[in-house]
Design a protein around this ligand. Structure first.
Ligand code: AMP
Ligand code: GLY
Length: 443
């Protein structure tokens, strides 16, 4: 990554960084940020049991809702930059609050986070700005939903309008299923997040995630990534938060990316500007490559998980400068990210039963993990009273490897996964199948 020489590195104070969040995403951000020699400490609120295995990292126990205590602590720690990982604090306006208290923050305010926390708002935003996306209807009664579902020639996708931890999207095979999904959401399955639903035309094609770091006006793209949302091999089973990913996605050729920039990325940033939304953070474009061109499936106001774990090891020590520049509105837009021709792949290990009910508290045994170009980022772990690492979530940890080819990456990832054990461990064996030349279904 080369940072334009106008970057006054020596004038920037970046000794103490704070990351808010508790997942694998936040651990991977911490891991990439601590690479910079200016950074002395990376604090995580709350982080998880894997955070303090990362160089320079320390967890802070504090209630984010106790605003006075939070500000006192951040002042005491002399925090130079705050990175907010998850969507909920962003949707609650934490970035606005911290900016008002004069902290540098990477993460959009509540107005920008609306791209994620209201699907109907995002759809109307795209419609107004002529950004390609599936046709949609915003609905707030079952009567209206029935009318639209019955008049459609194919079953529609049904989505809760608000945040639903990635569980609010239904892709029914029949109109009956469609109606049942609409009724369950409108009847309170996701609380107030389902007061409104969005019905969408079902579109088809491979999906890809593109991340733009924005400073309000300018932006820079990270390497693209492809997530594996379904629980089981061959993209079967229920949707999950993500079972693995790889980056960059070869599906996005340079020409195709140019098209996405022209039709989607720049119009999105222009439309935010027209609405006076000063978006300082990452915009996650969840895209589908359809026969008629790229379409936005969804926007998120945060990094994807596990895409973030996959991309972060491709960043060099200058990554933290990009975040700082975004927080200050100082991007030139010419910053280049050099991944040194490496590619990256990530496999998630989950608890048995995820994404449905699962048990936690099982000891995690970790043998010898390659120390070069291979990382373990904890997603849901805790430490027992006697210091033992335990499972503490549905997605437990990710193993991420980098190399010259995806075959080498996934060979290394699966070899290292053999060194990790906990009761009920589950992972997909076909992550990256699209890009592994040696992949055979018998693997
Ligand atoms: P979302 O949480 O909005 O990303 O949706 C979860 C997944 O549902 C996406 O990654 C797609 O695989 C699928 N999906 C969402 N909207 C549509 C749509 N309009 N047509 C087809 N698939 C969709
Ligand atoms: N991996 C998908 C997401 O973070 O929403």
């Amino acid at each position: 990554m080369s940072i334009n020489s106008s970057s006054p590195k020596c004038l920037i104070r970046l000794e103490n960084i704070l990351i808010i969040g508790s997942g694998g995403r936040e651990n991977s951000l911490a891991w990439a940020i601590q690479k910079n020699e200016l950074v002395k400490k990376v604090f995580l609120i709350p982080g998880n049991a894997g955070s303090e295995r990362i160089n320079k990292c320390e967890r802070i126990k504090i209630d984010l809702n106790n605003k006075n205590e939070l500000i006192d602590k951040l002042n005491f720690l002399k925090i130079d930059l705050i990175v907010i990982g998850p969507e909920i604090p962003l949707a609650n306006g934490l970035a606005d609050f911290l900016r008002k208290k004069d902290f540098k923050v990477f993460g959009p305010g509540k107005d920008g986070a609306k791209l994620e926390f209201s699907k109907s708002w995002a759809k109307e935003f795209m419609q107004e700005a002529n950004i390609p996306t599936a046709d949609f209807w915003k609905v707030n009664s079952l009567k209206e939903a029935k009318k639209i579902i019955h008049s459609s020639s194919t079953p529609l996708v049904v989505k809760a309008d608000g945040l639903a931890s990635g569980k609010g999207v239904f892709i029914p095979d029949s109109k009956d299923e469609c109606l049942r999904a609409a009724a369950s959401i409108l009847n309170g399955k996701f609380g107030d997040s389902g007061n409104v639903i969005v019905l969408e035309e079902k579109i088809n094609g491979p999906e890809v995630s593109v991340f733009a770091l924005c400073d309000g006006k300018k932006y820079i793209l990270l390497p693209s990534a492809q997530d594996h949302k379904r629980l089981k091999e061959n993209d079967k089973g229920p949707n999950t938060g993500g079972m693995g990913a790889y980056s960059p996605a070869p599906l996005l050729t340079e020409d195709y990316l140019e098209r996405i920039i022209k039709e989607i990325i720049e119009p999105t940033i222009d439309a935010l500007n027209k609405k006076n939304i000063d978006y300082k953070g990452v915009i996650y474009f969840g895209l589908m490559i359809t026969k008629s061109g790229p379409k936005v499936i969804e926007y998120n106001c945060r990094f994807g998980d596990p895409e973030c774990q996959t991309i972060m090891p491709l960043m060099d020590q200058n990554f933290v400068f990009l975040l700082e520049k975004c927080s200050m509105g100082n991007l030139t837009g010419d910053e280049k990210i050099d991944t040194f021709d490496k590619v990256s792949g990530c496999v998630i290990a989950t608890s048995k039963g995820y994404p449905h009910e699962y048990k936690t508290g099982f000891p995690i045994k970790m043998g010898t993990i390659d120390s070069k170009d291979c990382q373990v980022f904890d997603s849901g772990t805790s430490i027992s009273k006697n210091g033992e690492l335990l499972t503490d979530g549905g997605r437990v940890l990710s193993i991420v490897c980098q190399d010259k080819s995806f075959d080498m990456v996934f060979e290394k990832a699966y070899k290292n996964l053999k060194e990790i054990y906990f009761e009920g461990i589950y992972f997909r064996k076909d992550i990256g199948h699209q890009v592994r030349k040696n992949f055979s279904k018998e693997n």
